[in-house]
Design a protein around this ligand. Sequence first.
Ligand SMILES: Cc1ncc(C[n+]2csc(CCOP(=O)(O)OP(=O)(O)O)c2C)c(N)n1
Ligand SMILES: [Mg+2]
Length: 442
Amino acid sequence: MIRTLIAARRTAGNVLLRRGFSTTRSTRDNLPTTNSPIVNRLNFINSVTGSSSQIPTYRVLDGVGKPIEGAELPEIDKAFAIRLYEKMMLLPAMDNVLYNIQRQGKISFYMTSHGEEATIIGSAASLASDDEILGQYREMGALLWRGFTIDEAMAQCFGNEDDTSGKGRQMPVHFGSPKYHFHTISSPLSTQIPQAAGVGYALKRDPQRRSKNVAACFFGEGAASEGDFHAGFMLASTIPSPTLYICRNNGFAISTPSTEQYYGDGIAARGPGYGIDTIRVDGNDIFAVMNAVTEARKRCLEQGRAVLVEAMTYRVGHHSTSDDSFAYRARAEVEDRKRIDNPITRFRLFMESQGWWNEEAETELKARIRADVMAAFKRAEALKRCELGELFTDVYGGEEPWNIKEQREELSGLLKKYGQVWEPWRNELSKYKNNGRDLTGS
Ligand SMILES: Cc1ncc(C[n+]2csc(CCOP(=O)(O)OP(=O)(O)O)c2C)c(N)n1
Ligand SMILES: [Mg+2]
């Protein structure tokens, strides 16, 4: 059968040649649906670099904050450097307090950014303040960079009446802010990845924002194992949009190390598969992150296409307050990473080498930040929750549907019956503004 087919093809080729065609399909240098060159050797590939080496990691500052030979520093002055450093330092200060508050049972949950300060602040500082951010959950620093206050962050975590993110209806760290173009975090992993491709496309279609804004999407290397990663990349690749994907590769997805998360060359190797410009960067080097994100953003806008940045870092903290990471990794490994590759220390050493920072400034900053965070915590703790009836608002636009009405009436009935006579309910009601009277009517 095969021999017959080959013979038929040869005959067809000869016929074409005899009719004056200079080439046949089998002798052209590529096939009709691809520009791939024809070769005569079996060449299996398993690397996007062309050799079998891994994609390199871009770096500007070495482990002790010294610029590496030939690397370009971002153009920043002392004031901007101090702003970066202050925000990097604010993150662990807030993380430590909020983590402990959760341990005291005052908030239900928390997630820290320990170890990822350079990736988060460096990226945020390289975006325009009105670029749309779609985060995963560890990106509180991007909001703080844009002007979200410590009070606002505390209010969200406490779910109190000042919570501008969601009136206390979301879990802690599920921030959102239309004012700061920060789309509300949602717990199911990777949903933000296809959504970002859509946001990028909407930006491209808007004459006011076309070539001006990108959709910046943060996700973890673990989230990249979800189907939505591929759906999102497919969308951004085939329906081009200025979507800037920033993967925080911190080595863990809760207890699953990245070595069990993929067999290929990290997340970066997937970008070229989708025809997406890609770079891998040292995520503990704030200057490398800034240069990479600045260039990636420029490409997004100039080409109207997605770009991928994979920031290599290490999750120093536990995954969340629901995790004890020493159950699956050695304490010594974490201590080593904290010491050797600390993104904050690296940047501080650079600042000191420029004469922009010293011990005195460090002591003053730490004391000021600590006082600010503690004061915000006290204020947040003293505030009540929103009115209980807010539980039912903002679910749908337009007229309230019957099912929401029915649920409100049911709760209202139960509260009238048991709200004051049963102690757990009485205690709980006292935490709401007006003690739930908007529903009980008394
Ligand atoms: C669809 C879905 N599956 C599982 C989870 C549970 N979960 C929450 S965070 C997480 C790990 C994510 O790891 P990664 O994306 O690397 O982010 P990191 O926590 O390291 O920042 C998992 C499995 C979830 N929230 N959603
Ligand atoms: Mg991770």
